[in-house]
Ligand binder design. Structure first.
Ligand code: ZN
Length: 429
């Protein structure tokens, strides 16, 4: 049955090589189910038959934006389904090179169709074809490039110990002078790609709803659609493809008139009732689920909470990603049984990188844990490394590099490597 549902799509094109990612051989072993193969030539429409085509959901797209390929007009469009960007298989085909197969099981998001064609999410195009998007705010156009990464490789040390790395306060803030402009979102994706090459996984602390009450801004990416929010969702999708595991960092990470990420949310001073705290967690989970994401990890904004709010979090999540304030020990993973299941508290004893001048400080805090039972765990705001990443273009290639002498993420991973650690997912679950 799985084979029947496994849709293979062969894009057979003239030229031979495809840069970077995940090129697949066109070995569509589906001959017993001929209707399971879609063959696509550069100039032809996708041909699909029978059940496989019927399985793809038919939708009406919400908006569309022009697509350029390495600065050239293509006539193609990116279609938005909510805030997730899709591109027509027929339209993307001429931009691909080589022969490769996309397996339905490799897609992060299901294919969609309308009367004009079949569509694949832009993040799946990146993951499976090595074609990456840049959202151009000035033109409201999406530009596609072949991507090459030229990152330093961190030699694997002898140790097999796992360290935990968390990107912090990631949110759909549309401010033009903020930390999440289109240009900066690309820097975050760059960082994700670097982490994907040099870790076994990392964490992404996502604030599901951005609000700035004084300016009247509110962005719930499952309901508030915009070109900027689409870029943000594309960024989260790419981070996931890079091995980033999402966690819910509060719901709005603010209260009263505070701006998200500045304020607290569940602290005693916020005065939430237990029911209100629970509602906020449920709304965060709803946004996550509506966007097609999953997580069972929560982190209280500024690590501030009340006992009743923690009980509500423990009832909904398996990991609370902070020091358990009720535990006697500091810097160690704590666990407790809640309704017959285990809930873990994972602290960040190395704290976080306080500023771009804190490289020595974070390396010192990492070293301080050595020879103790304290875990290697910290969090990091990507803004600190924006200026220590390098993007350049060469023809149709976009090339991502790091400023190796100054990039703090690189320094952290290197220090961990020296001490016998590699960043990865929780190894106690
Ligand atoms: Zn935060």
């Amino acid at each position: 049955m799985k084979r029947l549902l496994c849709m293979m799509m062969a894009a057979v094109l003239a030229s031979s090589s495809l840069c970077g990612c995940a090129q697949k051989a066109a070995a569509a072993d589906d001959s017993a189910h001929g209707s399971g193969v879609v063959t696509l030539a550069a100039s032809a429409a996708a041909v699909m038959t029978g059940k496989l085509l019927a399985d793809i959901e038919e939708v009406a797209f919400d908006a569309q934006y022009p697509v350029r390929f390495a600065h050239e007009e293509t006539g193609a469009k990116v279609r938005m389904r909510g805030n997730r960007a899709y591109v027509s298989i027929r339209e993307i085909a001429p931009m691909l090179k080589g022969t490769f197969t996309l397996n339905k099981d490799d897609l992060s998001f299901p294919l969609l169709k309308d009367k004009e064609g079949v569509y694949v999410s832009l993040s799946d195009v990146a993951k499976l074809c090595g074609i990456y998007a840049v959202f151009r705010s000035d033109l409201e156009e999406v530009e596609l490039f072949r991507l090459t990464t030229d990152f330093p490789k961190i030699e694997k040390g002898q140790g097999k110990k796992v360290a935990y790395f968390r990107m912090e306060d990631i949110m759909a803030d549309p401010s033009l002078d903020g930390r999440f402009t289109h240009a900066y979102l690309e820097r975050i994706r760059l960082e994700g790609l670097f982490l994907s090459e040099n870790t076994d996984g990392f964490y992404v602390g996502w604030i599901p709803k951005f609000v700035d009450p004084v300016k009247g801004i509110s962005v719930d990416v499952s309901r508030d659609f915009s070109f900027h929010a689409a870029d943000f969702v594309y960024t989260l999708d790419i981070l996931q493809n890079c091995g980033g595991k999402l966690l819910l960092h509060g719901y709005t990470h603010q209260y009263a008139n505070e701006v998200s990420a500045d304020g607290s949310e569940f602290a005693p001073k916020c005065g939430l009732t237990r029911e209100q705290a629970a509602e906020r967690m449920d709304e965060a989970l709803r946004i996550c689920s509506d966007m097609g994401y999953e997580t069972d990890i929560f982190e209280f904004p500024h690590y501030e909470s009340t006992g009743p709010a923690r009980r509500e979090a423990e009832a909904r999540f398996s990991v609370i990603y902070e020091q358990d304030p009720e535990a006697k020990s500091r810097g160690l993973i704590a666990s407790r049984k809640v309704n017959g299941r285990m809930v873990y508290y994972v602290p960040t004893p190395a704290d976080h990188v306080h500023s771009e001048y804190d490289a020595k400080g974070i390396l010192r805090r990492i070293e301080a844990a050595e020879g103790t039972r304290v875990i290697q765990s910290l969090f990091f705001h990507p803004v600190i490394d924006y200026g220590r990443t390098i993007i350049r273009e060469d023809g149709r290639e976009r090339i991502y590099r790091l400023d190796e002498d100054r990039n703090i993420t690189y320094m952290i991973l290197k220090k961990w490597d020296e001490l016998g650690y590699r960043a990865g997912p929780f190894d106690f679950l």
